[in-house]
Ligand binder design. Structure first.
Ligand SMILES: Nc1ncnc2c1ncn2[C@@H]1O[C@H](COP(=O)(O)OP(=O)(O)OP(=O)(O)O)[C@@H](O)[C@H]1O
Ligand SMILES: [Mg+2]
Length: 313
């Protein structure tokens, strides 16, 4: 078991006995915040006594300053969320947050060539240049392009090499590797200054690995579990999570060409705001986006964008 610097401090303050300590280490817990992301059941599954698990979580909540308490609605109204501007002018103008806000999960779905990956790169560069935080980019399609981030950094006035040093890219081999990364590695990055997590694309590995109707239930279950971990990261670390997603034909409206995001209800319920992207003519560099179920946005809002060498405008 690797012992990172400071890795033992959080175990010291929890004042746990040697066997609980060993179980937490075996489980792969890396910080108090990470511990807080686990449920009692998950800790019990790892061999910890139920009463100890309850006590550990209560203590961790106290130490991290997350004691259960309700806030006044008036406080919520005044609450200031950290926001990253996307650099897509109409998106920053027309969305209720003026960009993308912390502790939210956003989804951008669209057909091939719509510009999803380009937007994902741009949000990475902007997160760093605006001082929001470092980025972990999970690239399930092998589409990450460091040169593109470099051009975007220049466009937005950042130091390209510094920006590239603060984007960590992970290419998962399969669903199981992706799950392990999200559950055990991401919390280390988040603890050490990462604040934005990008997944391009969230459903691809699941669609490839669980093929056919008979695998549908298992696929959805596994996807649900993964996304729940992103929700935990958004909540505990105030992380900004951005998924891109593929679209699929709506069978009952096949001729109309109507598409819906892949991932079904599992994904629809889990994200805080979802947008569709379309670029009707691949000969043109223009596209548009519209909100699908975005709180505070009328469904008929149209956000126009344009693709260029140095990103999305
Ligand atoms: N300088 C440019 N001007 C206009 N369009 C460009 C420029 N550079 C790249 N493009 C186009 O932008 C698109 C980039 O799309 P991107 O890779 O972001 O799409 P995507 O939605 O991620 O698609 P996929 O589903 O295939 O991953 C490509 O179709 C590419 O041809
Ligand atoms: Mg792409």
């Amino acid at each position: 078991m690797s012992k990172r610097k400071g890795g033992e401090d959080w175990l010291e303050v929890l004042e746990v006995g040697p066997s609980t300590r060993r179980r937490l280490e075996e489980l792969g817990v890396t910080s108090l915040e990470h511990l807080l992301e686990f449920t009692v059941d998950e800790l019990v599954d790892a061999g910890i006594e139920p009463s100890t698990a309850e006590r550990l979580l209560a203590k961790a909540r106290e130490l991290v300053g997350r004691k259960p308490r309700a806030v006044k609605a008036s406080e919520l109204l005044k609450a200031q969320y950290k926001v990253v501007k996307t650099g897509v002018a109409e998106f920053d103008e027309k969305t209720p947050w003026g960009g993308l806000r912390e502790a939210f999960i956003y989804e951008f779905a669209g057909e091939f060539g719509a510009g999803k990956s380009m937007l994902a790169h741009q949000l990475s560069a902007k997160s760093i240049i605006e001082g929001f935080g470092d980025v972990v980019y999970i690239d399930t399609e092998g589409a990450f392009n460091a040169g593109l981030v470099e051009r975007m950094a220049k466009r937005f006035g950042g130091d390209p090499s510094q920006v590239l040093d603060r984007v960590s890219v992970y290419v998962p081999d399969n669903v199981s590797a992706l799950e392990a990364f999200v559950k055990y590695e991401l919390p280390k990055h988040l603890k050490e200054g990462a604040r934005t997590i990008v997944v391009d694309t969230i459903t691809a590995l699941y669609r490839a690995e669980f093929v056919g109707r008979e695998s549908l239930a298992e696929r959805q279950q596994r996807l649900h579990y993964l996304i729940d971990w992103f929700r935990r990261h958004a909540r505990v670390f105030n992380a900004l999570v951005v998924f891109t997603n593929q679209v699929m034909d709506v069978p009952e409206a096949f001729l109309s060409g109507l598409k819906r995001p892949a991932g079904g209800n599992v994904l629809a319920h889990a994200v805080n705001a979802r947008f569709m992207m379309a670029r009707p003519s691949k000969q043109k560099d223009e596209g548009y986006m519209w909100p699908l179920d975005v709180p505070g946005m009328a469904p008929d809002v149209k956000i126009q964008y344009r693709l260029a060498d140095d990103g999305v405008y």
